[in-house]
Design a protein. Structure first.
Lengths: 344, 1221
C-alpha cells in the first residue's frame, strides 16, 4: 500500500532544484593560465603587426589651409570682409599616390556633436514631406533656425543645415607650368542609405523642384536655396545633394574629416602621379572665430579604412603585456613550485 | 514586489484594509453616541424588523461582508500609482523622465525616457493587480459561503450567504462547518453544552478546544428558541486579542452573567464533534478577531540592503559631482567663446544668447537625465527576483526536508535571505528547539520515595495510535495497518513500563479504598503513604487540560453521559455553592457519584475495546506525558468535561471528580491548579502542579508534630530527588494538594466569583484569586520528565560555533536542568569554566558582575606582548584548560571570547538587564563562549536579544518553537521557528520555519553563505556595471563641449541595464556557488566571511568604482584613438563603444562567476544575441523616427567593418587585464 499523502511536501529531487547542476568551475591553474596568456599575447602581437603594416601602406597627404600664419596662402581670406575669396595651396607628391584617392576636408575644434546642434534638424522635412515645410512637426528642434526674420519658414531648417561647410576646391596638377584639372568625382560619397532611404526630395511640382520649395526660404548662411545647391548637376540638388548628406551625418568628435570627392576618373583613376599639384580653395567657411582649423586630406584606403596606426599599436601593447605577464607568472610559478619541491 | 529606495513601505496586505475599515466604523459610532465608546452592545436582530432597520441598535456594526482588496476598478490606477510613488526610487525616476519633457534640458525622446519607469511601474502594477484580483476572488468565495441564519419572517433557520450575516443574528452551526463570524455560543446539541472547535487556521494548533455555552443558557433543556431570547450582550470593542473576550449578558430579569473567551467561537475555526450549535453573532466581518489579527507579511530590511542603500546614496553623490563637473565644464566652454558664437553653437529657441551660467544650469539637469543609469533602476527589481529564486532554492532543498513530519523549511520573510549569511549571535530556546519536546515520563518521587520507570523504546512496534496533537488524516497512518516504522518517535511517551514497586502500591491503595468504600469506612484510615500515592496519581490525571479522544473515531469524545440529573452535574459555581450549604445529600445521589458514570451504551462498548487506545490531546507535551504515565500505573483519564473528570482506577472502576474550578497555567505563577470535589472523601480538594521552585515555596508542613515532621521529611527528600533529577537533565514538576474546609472554600469562592464576573481587570483579579487559593499546600511528590535532545544538536552547535557564531541559550527551565542539557548538547564544555550568576538583589547582581569582570580580566587579559612561553603553553594545553587566547572565533570579533561559560538565572537576569547594569552584563557575557539564561520569561528573552542586538551592533538570530519564544523571534534580525510540538505561534512569528534544529546548520552555513555572497557580489557588480557604462558618456563630455550629448544611442542607454545586461547577472546571482555545499559544511570557518561582511565592504564599492572608471577609460579611449580624425559619424562611433562595453561587462561577470552552468552560458549568449537582434531591428526599422538620434542601418554597416571586430576583441581584453592579474 503506497502512501502518497505522506511526502506531499517533499521537494523535487532534481539537479536544478538541489542546485547540483553540472557546472564548470574554472580553476585558474598555472597550467592553463600561462599558456593561455601566451597564446592570446602572441595572437595579438600577430594581429597588431598585421594592422600596423597595413596602416603603414596607406598614403596620406594632409594640408592645413586655415590661414592662421601670415605667410600661409589663405591668410588673406581669413579677413571677414573678404568675400568670395580664393586662395591656392600647392603641394608636391614624390611618388605615385595610388588610387582610388579620397579627398577629404577636415575640421578641428568643431563640435558637430554639440547636443543642441545635433538635434537642430527636422527629419520630416528631409524626407521630402512638404507638409512639414511650412508647419513644423512637433518634435523638431530647429529653432532658432526655423523661421527667418520675416517669419518665413526655412527649409531645410535647423543649425546643422544652416552651418553646412561651403568651401569648394579644385585640384590641378601642374605639368610644366600648366594646370591640368584633376577630375573630382562627387557621386556616391554619402551613405547609400542616406541617399536612397533616409533623405528624399519633395516631389517636383510641374517638373520643377524649385516649385516644391515655394513659400520657403533658404537657410540664412546659404548662398543659394536647396534646389540650387549644384548648378552643374540637376540631380544633385535639394536634400539629395551629396555634400549636404555628408554634412548632415554629424561627426563623432570635434576633430573630424568628411569625404569631399574621390579621384577615380580619367588619367587619375590609378592615382595621383608624382609631381606638383595646386589646390584652389574657394574660402567661404569661417572657423577662426572659434579657433578652428580647416584642412584637406588626400588619402587612399585599405581594407581597414584610413590610416590608423593606433589599433595596431594597441594590439601590440596588449599582446606584449599578455606575454610579459605569462612570463612573470611562469617565473613566480616556477619559484613556488621549486620551493614546494624543496619543502617536500 | 519592488523595493523602495531607502525605505520601503510594504503594504500590510489584508490587515490594513481591515483596520481602516473598522476604525471607520468606530468613528462613525463615536459620532452616533458617546455612551457606546467603551463597550459594544448587541441585541438580537429578530427583535427588530431588518427591512425597516432604522431602529436596530446593531446597524452601525460592520456586517460580515469582507473586502480585503485594496482597489476597485476605478481606484486602481490612481491608488496603485500613489502607493508606488511612496517609494523614493520611483519618484526619482519619474522626475527624471518628466525632466525630459522640458525642452531646454531634454536629452532623449521624451516618450522613450518614460519607458523604463513605465516598465517598472507597470510590472509592479500588474503584480499588484493580480494579487488584488486573487484576493477579490477569495473574498467573493468566502462571502458567498452558506450558513444557517434564523429568519424573523420564516421563523426558522434559512440558508444565507456569509456576507448577509449581521451582528445580532442567530446562526446555527453544524459539525465540520467553518464559523462565519465571532459567535457567542448560546446552545449546543452536546448534552454538556459544549462545542468543540479546531483553531488550526488561527494559531495552527490542531488539538480541539472546548467552548462552552453561556452559563445562563446551560440549563435550557429544550432546544434554544431565538424568539425567547431577550437578553442584551455587552462586551468589548472589537480587538485582536484571540485569547481574551470579556463581557456580560444582561437578562431581562436584570441578572448579569459574565462572558468569557470560552463562550466565544471565533471566525475561521471549525466546529468539530458537535452536531449542532446555535449562537449569536457578536463581531462580524472585519471586526472579527481573526480578521483583526490578519497582519500582512513581515518586512525586514537586511543588513546588506542597508549597506547597499548607503552606496546608492554615494552613487547619488557621484552622480551629482559628475553633473556638476559637466555643468561647470560647459559653462567654461561656453565662456571661452565669449561673444563670438561659433556656428555649431545653437542659440536658445527664442534666438537669444544663453549666458554660460544659464546654460550650465540647464546642462546640470540634462546631465542628470543622461547619467541617470548610475542610479540603478533595475537593481531593486533584480534583487527582488534573485531573492525569490533564492527562497525557492532554500524551499526545495532536500536536506532541509523532514521526512517524518513531511515538512520542509519555509521562508516566511522573502527579503532577508542574505542575512542568514551574516549572523553573529544565535539565541536559542531549549525545549523543543534543542530537544525533541516529546516528553517521556522517567521518574517520580512520591511521599519522599523515589521510583524510576524505565522506558522501552519499542522502535518498530506496530502501534496504530498516532501522536497526540497530530490530527489523523484520512488515509493517514492512523488507519493504515502498515504504519511506517519512522513513527516510533511518537510512541515513546506512552510506552512506559511502570515501576513494579509503585505499581503494587497503587494496586494496594485502590483495593484498600474499594474495600473501605464498600464498608463505608472513613478513608483516613489508609496509611498516609498510600493516600499520597493515590492523590499523586489523581493529581497527575486530573490536574491538566488534557482532552480525551479515541483514535478510531477521530475527535469523538468518549464517556459522554446521557443523563444530567445526578448530583455533580451542576456546572454553575453558584449552584455548587448552594449545594454546599445543603447539610445532607440524598443517598442515591451519593451512590450515583461513586458508581461509574453511565456512558452512552455504544460508547461503552467502544470504550471497552479501545480503552488502551484513548488519545490524550494536551496543550503542552508535559501534560500528556504525565497523563500517559498515570495511565501506565492504571490510573487512566477516561473522560473530561468542563465540570467533571472521569478517572478509571483499578478495583475502584470509574470515579468522577466534580471539577469546580480550573486555575489555568500562566508563566508568572508557573503552576496550575484544579479544585475538585473528591468523590470518595467528599472533600473540596485543590491539586496543584507546577515548577518545583514555586511549589516548594508554597508548601507549609502541617503544624501538628507527627504530620508536620513527616511532611518536612518528605519535603527534604523530595528536594534532594529534585536536585538529582535536574542533574540528570530531567524536567521537574512538583505535585501538591490542599484540602479545603467548606468554610474556607465558601469564602474563597465568594471572591473568586466576583473576579470571574468582573469586566475590568478580570485577569488580575483572577490571578489574585488563584494566589489566594494556592497556599499552604501539602507536597505529594515530584516527577521527572525527560526531554530528549534532537538528533544532531551537539554536532550542529559545534559546527555553528566553529563558524564563529556565539550561541546563547535562553530557557525557562531551571538552572540545573538547563546546565545539563547544555553539557549534553556540547554547548558547555566540561573543561570550560562556568561563571554562575545568581543574585538576590540589584546590588548583589552589580557586585557579582563587577567581580566576574575583574576575574575575567585578571585571568584572561594577558599582556599584549607576545610571550613565547605562553604560546608554547597554548599549543600544548589548547583543549585542556581555559587559556587566554582568541578562541576559534576570537580573532574575527572585536572582543576576545574566552573558554568560559556564563550561567545566569531569571531573577539575576532581571537585575542585569537594568539600565545601570546592562553594560557590565554584556561585557561579561560577550567574553564568554556560551551563555545560558535559565528561568527566563518570554519578555526577558526578547530583552536579552534586543540588548545584544542594539548594544553590540551584531546580527542576531533567535530560534524557538513555542509561544514563549515569539517575542524573541520578533525582536531578532532573523527569527527562526521550529515547527514542532508546541503549536504554530513561533512559526507564525518567524522569518524562517525549520522542522528540526539541526537544519540550522545547512541553512546558515550553506544557504546563508550562498545567499549572502551571491547578493553581495551581485550588488557590487550592479554598481560597477552602471558606473562603467555611465563613465563612458562622462568621458565623452570632454569631447562634445560638455553639452550632454551621448554617443550611445538613447535606446541602448535606456535598455542597456534593463535588458541587454540584465539576465546573466540574475543567473549568476541566483546560481553561483563560490564554495560547494560540502566544503561549506566541512569548514564552518568559511561562514566568518559573511559575518565580517567580507564580500561587501565599504571600500569594495569604491574599488569597484575605480575599476569601473578604469575599464570605461579603456573602453572609451581605444575607440577614440582608433577613430580620431576620421570621417566617422557620431553613432557609427558610439555603437561599437556600446557593444564593447557590453562585452566587457559580460566578460567581467564571467570572471566573477565561480561556477559555470549551462544557464550561465545560455544567459550570456542570450544577452549578446538580444543586443544584436534589438540593434539590428532597431537600426532597420524606421529611417526617420527616434529623433533626436538616428541610427538607421548603422549596426548593419558596422557588422561589415573589420575595425569593429578588431575593437571588440582588443578592448575587453585590455579593460579586464588587471582583473586577471
Amino acid at each position: 500500500m503506497k502512501n502518497e499523502g505522506k511526502s506531499a511536501q517533499r521537494p523535487d529531487n532534481t539537479a536544478f532544484t538541489q542546485q547540483r547542476l553540472p557546472a564548470w568551475q574554472p580553476i585558474l591553474s598555472a597550467g592553463i593560465v600561462i599558456p593561455g596568456f601566451l597564446i592570446i599575447g602572441l595572437a595579438f602581437i600577430g594581429i597588431g603587426i598585421g594592422l600596423f603594416l597595413t596602416s603603414q601602406t596607406i598614403q596620406v597627404q594632409e594640408m592645413d589651409y586655415t590661414g592662421v600664419e601670415k605667410d600661409s596662402p589663405c591668410f588673406r581670406c581669413t579677413i571677414p570682409s573678404n568675400l568670395n575669396c580664393t586662395c591656392e595651396v600647392t603641394f608636391s607628391l614624390s611618388t605615385l599616390f595610388t588610387g582610388p584617392v579620397f579627398f577629404y576636408y577636415g575640421l578641428s575644434n568643431y563640435y558637430q556633436n554639440f547636443r543642441r546642434y545635433g538635434v537642430s534638424k527636422d527629419y520630416n522635412q528631409l524626407t521630402g514631406d512638404t507638409r512639414y515645410f511650412k508647419s513644423r512637426s512637433p518634435e523638431e528642434d530647429c529653432s532658432p533656425y526655423s523661421y527667418d526674420s520675416n517669419n518665413n519658414p526655412i527649409v531645410p531648417c535647423g543649425a546643422i543645415a544652416n552651418s553646412i561647410f561651403n568651401d569648394t576646391f579644385e585640384l590641378y596638377q601642374i605639368i610644366n607650368g600648366t594646370k591640368k584639372q584633376v577630375p573630382l568625382d562627387g557621386r556616391g560619397i554619402s551613405w547609400w542609405t542616406d541617399y536612397n532611404i533616409k533623405y528624399r526630395n519633395p516631389s517636383p511640382v510641374n517638373g520643377s523642384l524649385a516649385k516644391a520649395f515655394d513659400g520657403t526660404v533658404k537657410p540664412i548662411n546659404w548662398p543659394r536655396p536647396a534646389y540650387e545647391l549644384d548648378l552643374t548637376d540637376p540631380n544633385n540638388n535639394g536634400f539629395l545633394n551629396q555634400d549636404f548628406l555628408v554634412w548632415m551625418r554629424r561627426a563623432a568628435l570635434p576633430q573630424f574629416r568628411k569625404l569631399y570627392r574621390r579621384i577615380t576618373d580619367g588619367d587619375y583613376a590609378a592615382g595621383l602621379p608624382a609631381g606638383n599639384y595646386s589646390l584652389t580653395v574657394h574660402y567661404n567657411y569661417p572657423v577662426l572665430s572659434f579657433d578652428g582649423r580647416k584642412k584637406v586630406v588626400f588619402s587612399n584606403v585599405s581594407w581597414m579604412g584610413g590610416k590608423n596606426n593606433f589599433l595596431g599599436l594597441a594590439y601590440l601593447v596588449v599582446g606584449s603585456l599578455c606575454v610579459v605577464m605569462s612570463v612573470v607568472m611562469l617565473v613566480v610559478y616556477a619559484k613556488f613550485k621549486f620551493s614546494d619541491d624543496d619543502d617536500a | 514586489p519592488m523595493i523602495g529606495f531607502f525605505g520601503r513601505s510594504m503594504a500590510r496586505e489584508t490587515g490594513e484594509s481591515g483596520e481602516t475599515k473598522s476604525t471607520k466604523v468606530k468613528k462613525h459610532k463615536r459620532r452616533k453616541s458617546k455612551k457606546e465608546s467603551k463597550t459594544r452592545i448587541v441585541h438580537a436582530n429578530i427583535l427588530y424588523d431588518l427591512t425597516k432597520g432604522g431602529d436596530n441598535p446593531n446597524r452601525h456594526y460592520a456586517n460580515n461582508k469582507i473586502k480585503t482588496t485594496k482597489y476597485t476598478l476605478l481606484s486602481f490606477l490612481p491608488k496603485n500609482l500613489f502607493e508606488q510613488f511612496h517609494r523614493f526610487a520611483n519618484v526619482y525616476f519619474v522626475f527624471i523622465a518628466l525632466l525630459n519633457f522640458v525642452p531646454v534640458v531634454n536629452a532623449f525622446q521624451p516618450e522613450l525616457a518614460l519607458a523604463p519607469v513605465v516598465f517598472i511601474l507597470s510590472v509592479t502594477a500588474i503584480k499588484d493587480l493580480w494579487e488584488d484580483y486573487r484576493r477579490h476572488r477569495s473574498d467573493k468565495e468566502i462571502n458567498h459561503m452558506d450558513c444557517l441564519v434564523y429568519s424573523r419572517n420564516e421563523k426558522q433557520y434559512v440558508e444565507k450567504y456569509w456576507k448577509e450575516l449581521r451582528v445580532g443574528d442567530f446562526i446555527r452551526l453544524r459539525c465540520n462547518e467553518i464559523l462565519p463570524a465571532d459567535v457567542l455560543l448560546l446552545s449546543s446539541s452536546d448534552p454538556d453544552r459544549l462545542c468543540h472547535i479546531e483553531t488550526a487556521t488561527l494559531d495552527g494548533e490542531t488539538n480541539l478546544k472546548q467552548r462552552q455555552v453561556v452559563r445562563s443558557f446551560i440549563d435550557l433543556d429544550c432546544e434554544f428558541d431565538p424568539f425567547k431570547y431577550n437578553s442584551v450582550i455587552e462586551c468589548e470593542k472589537p480587538n485582536n486579542d484571540l485569547n481574551r473576550f470579556r463581557g456580560y449578558i444582561i437578562h431581562r430579569s436584570g441578572r448579569r452573567d459574565g462572558l468569557y473567551k470560552d463562550n466565544l467561537l471565533l471566525r475561521g475555526c471549525t466546529i468539530r464533534n458537535t452536531e449542532e450549535a446555535v449562537g449569536i453573532v457578536i463581531y462580524a466581518g472585519h471586526e472579527t478577531k481573526a480578521m483583526l489579527n490578519n497582519n500582512g507579511p513581515r518586512y525586514k530590511r537586511s543588513k546588506l540592503e542597508r549597506q547597499m542603500n548607503v552606496d546608492v546614496f554615494w552613487c547619488v553623490v557621484i552622480l551629482l559631482v559628475m553633473c556638476l563637473f559637466s555643468a561647470i565644464g560647459h559653462g567654461l566652454w561656453m565662456f571661452q567663446y565669449g561673444d563670438k558664437r561659433p556656428v555649431f553653437d545653437v542659440l536658445s529657441p527664442e534666438g537669444t544668447d544663453l549666458s554660460p551660467v544659464v546654460s550650465a544650469i540647464y546642462l546640470f539637469l540634462t546631465m542628470i537625465i543622461v547619467f541617470q543609469v548610475l542610479i540603478p533602476i533595475s537593481l531593486f527589481v533584480s534583487i527582488e527576483i534573485v531573492k525569490i529564486c533564492q527562497v525557492y532554492f532554500i524551499h526545495q532543498d532536500m536536506e532541509l526536508y523532514d521526512e517524518e513530519t513531511d515538512s520542509h523549511l519555509q521562508c516566511r520573510a522573502l527579503n532577508i535571505t542574505e542575512d542568514l549569511g551574516q549572523m553573529q549571535y544565535i539565541f536559542s530556546d531549549k525545549t523543543g528547539t534543542l530537544t525533541e519536546n516529546k516528553m517521556v515520563f522517567r521518574r517520580c518521587t512520591v511521599a519522599g520515595v523515589e521510583y524510576s520507570a524505565v522506558n522501552q523504546y519499542k522502535i518498530e512496534a506496530p502501534n496504530l495510535t498516532v501522536a497526540p496533537g497530530a490530527e489523523p488524516k484520512p488515509n493517514g497512518p492512523a488507519f493504515c495497518p502498515n504504519t511506517l516504522p519512522s513513527l516510533f518517535m511518537y510512541h515513546s511517551e506512552k510506552d512506559i513500563t511502570p515501576d513494579p514497586q509503585l505499581m503494587d502500591k497503587v494496586n494496594e491503595c485502590s483495593s484498600q479504598m474499594e474495600f473501605m468504600r464498600f464498608h463505608s469506612q472513613p478513608l483516613n484510615q489508609i496509611p498516609p503513604d498510600l493516600c499520597d500515592i493515590f492523590d499523586f496519581f489523581i493529581a497527575l490525571t486530573i490536574c491538566n487540560t488534557v482532552v480525551v479522544s479515541s483514535p478510531n473515531q477521530p475527535r469523538q469524545k468518549v464517556g459522554r453521559p446521557t443523563t444530567r440529573n445526578y448530583l455533580l452535574s451542576s456546572p454553575s459555581a453558584e449552584s455548587t455553592l448552594t449545594k454546599l450549604n445543603e447539610e445532607k445529600r440524598p443517598e442515591h445521589d451519593l451512590q450515583h457519584a461513586f458508581s461509574p458514570t453511565r456512558p452512552n451504551f455504544e460508547k461503552t462498548k467502544a470504550l471497552a475495546q479501545d480503552e488502551c487506545e484513548l488519545r490524550y490531546e494536551a496543550e503542552s507535551p508535559d501534560e500528556a506525558a504525565l497523563v500517559y504515565a498515570a495511565r501506565a500505573y492504571k490510573c487512566a483519564l477516561v473522560g473530561r468535561l468542563p465540570d467533571q473528570v472521569t478517572v478509571e482506577l483499578p478495583h475502584l472502576g470509574k470515579l468522577s471528580f466534580e471539577l469546580l474550578h480550573t486555575l489555568g497555567f500562566d508563566s508568572t505563577r508557573k503552576r496550575m491548579s484544579v479544585v475538585v470535589k473528591h468523590p470518595l472523601t467528599e472533600q473540596i480538594t485543590v491539586y496543584s502542579k507546577g515548577a518545583d521552585s514555586v511549589i516548594m515555596d508554597l508548601i507549609r508542613p502541617g503544624t501538628d508534630d507527627c504530620k508536620g515532621k513527616r511532611q518536612r521529611k518528605i519535603l527534604y527528600k523530595t528536594q534532594n530527588y529534585l536536585n538529582l533529577y535536574a542533574a540528570d537533565g530531567l524536567r521537574t514538576l512538583c505535585i501538591a494538594k490542599k484540602v479545603l474546609s467548606k468554610e474556607e472554600y465558601a469564602s474563597w469562592l465568594q471572591h473568586h466569583l466576583e473576579a470571574e464576573t468582573a469586566i475590568q481587570r478580570r485577569e488580575e483579579l483572577l490571578f489574585e484569586s488563584a494566589l489566594r487559593l494556592e497556599t499552604n499546600l501539602q507536597l505529594l511528590g515530584a516527577t521527572g520528565i525527560e526531554d530528549r535532545l534532537q538528533d544532531g544538536v551537539p554536532e550542529t552547535i559545534a559546527s555553528l560555533r566553529k563558524a564563529g557564531l556565539q550561541i546563547w541559550v535562553l530557557t525557562g527551565d531551571k538552572q540545573e536542568t538547563a546546565i545539563n542539557i547544555a553539557y549534553a548538547c556540547k554547548l558547555l564544555d566540561p573543561e570550560e569554566e562556568i561563571i554562575t550568576l545568581n543574585a538576590d538583589s540589584q546590588e548583589a547582581c552589580a557586585v557579582l558582575l563587577e567581580n566576574s569582570l575583574h576575574y575575567i580580566q585578571a585571568k584572561f587579559l594577558c599582556n599584549p606582548r607576545p610571550d613565547p612561553q605562553a604560546a608554547r603553553d597554548y599549543a600544548g594545553i589548547h583543549f585542556s584548560s581555559p587559556v587566554c587566547s582568541p578562541a576559534s572565533s576570537g580573532h574575527s570579533s572585536p572582543f576576545l571570547v574566552h573558554r568560559l561559560g556564563l550561567v545566569i538565572d531569571g531573577r539575576t537576569l532581571a537585575y542585569a538587564l537594568d539600565k545601570s547594569l546592562e553594560d557590565d552584563f554584556l561585557a561579561v557575557a560577550r567574553s564568554c563562549r556560551s551563555v545560558l539564561c535559565c528561568r527566563s520569561t518570554p519578555l526577558q528573552k526578547s530583552m536579552v536579544v534586543k540588548l545584544v542586538r542594539n548594544k553590540l551592533k551584531v546580527m542576531t538570530l533567535a530560534i524557538g518553537d513555542g509561544a514563549n519564544d515569539v517575542s524573541m523571534i520578533q525582536v531578532a534580525d532573523v527569527g527562526v521557528g521550529i515547527s514542532g510540538q508546541e503549536g504554530m505561534q513561533a512559526v507564525m512569528a518567524s522569518d524562517f520555519a525549520l522542522p528540526r534544529f539541526r537544519y540550522l546548520q545547512k541553512l546558515l552555513l550553506v544557504h546563508g553563505h550562498w545567499c549572502y555572497s551571491r547578493l553581495a557580489n551581485m550588488i557590487l557588480y550592479f554598481f560597477y556595471k552602471n558606473a562603467m557604462f555611465v563613465a563612458l558618456i562622462f568621458w565623452y563630455q570632454f569631447y562634445c563641449g560638455f553639452s550632454g550629448s551621448a554617443m550611445v544611442d538613447q535606446w541602448y542607454l535606456i535598455f542597456f541595464n534593463l535588458m541587454f545586461s540584465a539576465f546573466p547577472q540574475l543567473i549568476t546571482g541566483t546560481l553561483d556557488k563560490d564554495v560547494s555545499a560540502e566544503t561549506l559544511q566541512e569548514l564552518p570557518q568559511l561562514y566568518m566571511n559573511g559575518q565580517n561582511s567580507e564580500e561587501y565592504k565599504p571600500y569594495m564599492f569604491w574599488m569597484n568604482m575605480i575599476d569601473a572608471f578604469y575599464q570605461s577609460l579603456i573602453c572609451f579611449f581605444i575607440p577614440y584613438f582608433a577613430y580620431v580624425d576620421s570621417d566617422v559619424d557620431l553613432f557609427t562611433w558610439g555603437t561599437p563603444i556600446t557593444t564593447l562595453a557590453l562585452f566587457t561587462i559580460l566578460l567581467h561577470l564571467g570572471i566573477e562567476t565561480k561556477t559555470w552552468t549551462l544557464m550561465n552560458w545560455m544567459s550570456i549568449g542570450f544577452s549578446i544575441a538580444l543586443f544584436f537582434t534589438v540593434a539590428l531591428c532597431y537600426n532597420a526599422s524606421c529611417p526617420t523616427c527616434f529623433s533626436p538620434s538616428n541610427t538607421y542601418w548603422i549596426m548593419q554597416k558596422l557588422l561589415g567593418d573589420p575595425i569593429f571586430y578588431l575593437l571588440c576583441v582588443v578592448t575587453p581584453i585590455a579593460a579586464l587585464l588587471p582583473r586577471y592579474i
